[in-house]
Design a binder for this molecule. Structure first.
Ligand SMILES: C[S@@+](CC[C@H](N)C(=O)[O-])C[C@H]1O[C@@H](n2cnc3c(N)ncnc32)[C@H](O)[C@@H]1O
Length: 269
């Protein structure tokens, strides 16, 4: 039975179930994530690195994945542009899962189908080696896996001011923040971690108040295209682009669709 009580990510989040229910085989919909929506997000992530952020050069971007959970798929398109990647999440079990994958541990999840799918579908590269090499490159470029918390004054700890060229956020704000005002405050804090002229890209759900993993219910801040745009503008970002894909959601949640947003900090920050 699904409890009405909202769950905590460090206590209640079952990493394996989350991956299975939301990711699974990239060629088909999974119980919690329709293929059409997953493709919308993955295509926009690809376009962000390939076209939207033209100031990013090969192997030069210092990237922060914020609230990445146990999921590395939104970094596949980023790797050729990255010099280093700091991966962060709130939950220790998520951080452990990513560490396990990097170390090729016995419990590592096999992300190869996603490397293969993203590279074939969005980069039109049919080579069997590219996905294997991309995974190796990602593993070598992830320089640290650290704790993050939107509630902290320094959400990834001290010493990272103006340290990143790109911050990447996937389905985190709706889970971690308590309100749209809280999303705005979080964006202001994350902006301090970007160098002047740096970029942020975010994907998340539109609408919605909860989602479930097995019998656990997780809170969801209700966001709209406008609330995302306003929060980015109030946090000092410009060149804001927000794309939405409306679609009926599976039974596990009550969202209305998904968005992908990107924006740039002023050069004079
Ligand atoms: C829905 S999951 C998204 C995971 C992954 N980024 C993805 O795209 O599938 C929400 C993530 O937010 C993280 N989270 C929860 N509370 C947080 C907080 N206070 N600060 C930062 N992240 C938090 C969770 O640990 C979890 O990994």
């Amino acid at each position: 039975m699904i409890s009405d009580e909202m769950s905590d990510y460090d206590r209640d989040f079952d990493v394996r179930s989350y991956i299975k229910l939301s990711y699974g085989d990239p060629h088909v919909s999974s119980a919690n994530f329709k293929k059409e929506l997953r493709d919308f997000v993955l295509e926009n992530v690809h376009e962000f690195y390939a076209e939207r952020a033209p100031t990013l050069r090969s192997n030069s971007a210092r990237i922060l994945e914020f609230g990445g959970g146990p999921i590395i798929v939104y970094l596949i398109s980023a790797v050729p542009y990255a010099s280093s990647i700091v991966f962060s999440d709130y939950s220790s079990s998520c951080r452990k899962a990513v560490r396990e994958w990097i170390n090729d541990g016995p419990d590592a999840y096999d992300w190869h189908p996603y490397f293969d799918y993203v590279i074939k579908t969005f980069e039109n590269d049919e080579s069997a080696e590219t996905p294997l090499n991309r995974a190796k490159e990602m593993k070598s470029k992830i320089s640290s896996i650290i704790h993050c918390d939107v509630a902290m004054e320094n959400p990834i700890g001290k010493g990272y001011e103006k340290s990143f060229d790109v911050i990447s956020v996937s389905f985190c704000f709706e889970s971690a923040c308590k309100s749209v005002e809280d999303v705005e405050e979080t964006l202001k804090k994350l902006a301090t971690l970007l160098r002047p002229g740096g970029w942020i890209r975010i994907n998340g759900v539109l609408g919605g108040s909860y989602y479930t993993v097995n019998d656990k219910r997780f809170f969801n801040v209700t966001q709209t295209k406008e609330s995302v745009r306003n929060a980015l503008a109030k946090a000092g970002f410009a060149s804001i682009d927000v794309k939405a894909h409306v679609s009926d959601c599976p039974a596990h949640a009550d969202y209305l669709g998904m968005y992908h947003a990107s924006a740039q900090l002023s050069d004079r920050t």
